[in-house]
Design a protein around this ligand. Structure first.
Ligand code: ARG
Length: 266
C-alpha cells in the first residue's frame, strides 16, 4: 500500500471512530425535547388509589400523582399527556423513550436506579396487608401468612417483601385491581400494598379488611423516575416538588384524591 493511501486510511478510521463515539455519547437534553414538543408524557399504572386511579364517571386517570404531574407540566410551561400501562412495563417505557417520566407511587430501589434516575422522595407510606373480612381474626400477624396465598403486583417492592415471608405462597399479577378481585373471591388470602392504597380499597369494599400487619423496615417512599443522565429535567422536577412540599400542596392533593376515592362508592 502506498504511504499516502495508508495515511488516508488512518485518517478515515480516526474520523469514523470519532463520529461513532459521538453517537454513543448521549447528549440529548430531555428537558429541551419536552419543551420543544410542548408536552410532557407521563407514564403511570392507574390501579393505585389515591396515587392514581380511574375516575369511574369520566374514565380519566386521577389521583395525587396526577396532580403532581400537572404541576410539573405547568412549571415547565407544557401540556400534559398521561399514558396508562402495567406497573411492570413502566421502566421499559421510560428507557425506550415511550414516556418522558414515570409517576406511579414508585419507590427508588438500587435495581431500578441501575436503569433510571429518581427525583427526591415526595411522599412516604408504610406497607400493609389487607385480607377478606371473613378472615380478619385468622390472619392478623406475619406468622398467620404461613401456607397462605399472598398477592402482590408484579415488579413491585411488595413482590420482594412477599418473597421474604417464609412459608407464604406468592401470587403475582400485573394489576392491583385484579388482585383485589382475587381477594374478594378468596382466591388469595392476603394482599400487600402501601397504606393509603389499602385504606382506599377497604373503604370501598366492605368485604375487605385492613390488618395491623406492617413491615416497618421497608420504606415505601415515592419518587419521579426519569431517564438516566437527564440532570436538567431532574433539577426542574425537584424544584416543582420542593415548591409543592413547601406549600403543603402534596398533603392537600393526597387528601383530595382520597376523598375522590371515597366518593366513587355511591
Ligand atoms: N411503591 C411500590 C413500588 O414501587 C408499588 C407501586 C405500585 N404503583 C402502582 N401505580 N400500581 O414498587
Amino acid at each position: 500500500m502506498k504511504k499516502v493511501t495508508k495515511v488516508m486510511l488512518l485518517i478515515i478510521i480516526a474520523v469514523v471512530g470519532l463520529v461513532l463515539s459521538g453517537c454513543n455519547q448521549k447528549d440529548v437534553n430531555e428537558l429541551e425535547v419536552i419543551k420543544k414538543r410542548g408536552k410532557l408524557i407521563v407514564g403511570t399504572s392507574p390501579d393505585y388509589p389515591p396515587y392514581e386511579f380511574i375516575d369511574v364517571e369520566t374514565g380519566e386517570v386521577i389521583g395525587f400523582d396526577i396532580e403532581i404531574a400537572k404541576e410539573i407540566a405547568k412549571d415547565l410551561g407544557v401540556e400534559l399527556e398521561i399514558k396508562e400501562m402495567s406497573f411492570n412495563g413502566l421502566l421499559a417505557a421510560l428507557t425506550t423513550g415511550n414516556v418522558d417520566i414515570v409517576l406511579a407511587g414508585m419507590t427508588p430501589t438500587p435495581e431500578r436506579m441501575e436503569s433510571v434516575d429518581f427525583s427526591d422522595i415526595y411522599y412516604t407510606a408504610v406497607q400493609t396487608v389487607i385480607v377478606h373480612a371473613d378472615n380478619k381474626d385468622t390472619i392478623s400477624s406475619l406468622d398467620d401468612l404461613v401456607g397462605k396465598q399472598v398477592g402482590v403486583q408484579k415488579g413491585t417492592i411488595q413482590a420482594e417483601i412477599a418473597a421474604e415471608i417464609e412459608g407464604a405462597k406468592v401470587k403475582e399479577l400485573g394489576k392491583i385491581t385484579d388482585l383485589v378481585m382475587e381477594l374478594k373471591f378468596k382466591n388469595i388470602d392476603a394482599l400487600i400494598v402501601e397504606l393509603p392504597v389499602a385504606e382506599s380499597y377497604v373503604k370501598n369494599n366492605s368485604d375487605l379488611y385492613l390488618t395491623s400487619i406492617t413491615f416497618e423496615e421497608v420504606d415505601g417512599g415515592s419518587a419521579v423516575a426519569v431517564k438516566k443522565n437527564s440532570p436538567e429535567l431532574l433539577t426542574e422536577i425537584n424544584k416543582t416538588l420542593k415548591r409543592l412540599m413547601d406549600e403543603n400542596l402534596i398533603d392537600k392533593f393526597v387528601t383530595e384524591a382520597t376523598n375522590n376515592v371515597n366518593a366513587d362508592e355511591e
